[in-house]
Design a protein around this ligand. Structure first.
Ligand code: FES
Length: 156
């Protein structure tokens, strides 16, 4: 390993420590019909959003298997946001209601795995609520910044 790559690796690691320089990696699973469109609206409206979030589009929050969340946390995400249509607005009728029921269980599973349950968040946001989606991301980033890097993640 060269001195330059060693310095670069050390610099990267220092950003992964809890503190003012820590920038969490947030994975957001967004339903295609509401939240993904809301995130898109936030972008076209030029709303300020933390750059920490990586969005994965799914057809419906009901499609999100709990293993997706656990895999994201195990593979380096510091937090996971799940965002979908408001209850009553799901394009597949009850997918979001199933996700809501699953989420309570998911929090217990995450905690049992030694991960703080606050590292996962469920946020409803319609296609017209770019501001709500943005606010959810900001809350998530601030919450995870306080928690520090995910101890269960594989790191760099
Ligand atoms: S289609 Fe959006 S949560 Fe089901």
């Amino acid at each position: 390993m060269t001195a330059t790559s060693q310095r670069s690796k050390t610099a990267t690691k220092s950003k992964r420590k809890k503190g003012s320089g820590f920038e969490p990696r947030i994975v957001a699973f967004c339903c295609n019909w509401c939240s993904y469109a809301g995130a898109d609206l936030a972008g076209t409206s030029r709303l300020q959003m933390p750059p920490n979030v990586r969005i994965i589009r799914v057809n419906c929050t009901g499609r999100i298997d709990p293993s997706f969340i656990l895999d994201a946390l195990n593979q380096g995400a510091d937090g996971v946001l799940i965002s979908g249509c408001h209850p009553g607005d799901c394009h597949y009728s009850t997918g979001n209601l199933k996700m809501r029921a699953r989420f309570a269980l998911l929090q217990k599973m995450v905690e049992a795995a030694g991960i703080e349950p606050d590292r996962i968040r469920l946020q409803w946001a319609s296609a017209a609520e770019g501001d709500v989606f943005t606010e959810g991301v900001k809350i998530m980033v601030e919450t995870v910044k306080k928690l520090g890097p995910n101890p269960a993640g594989i790191g760099e």
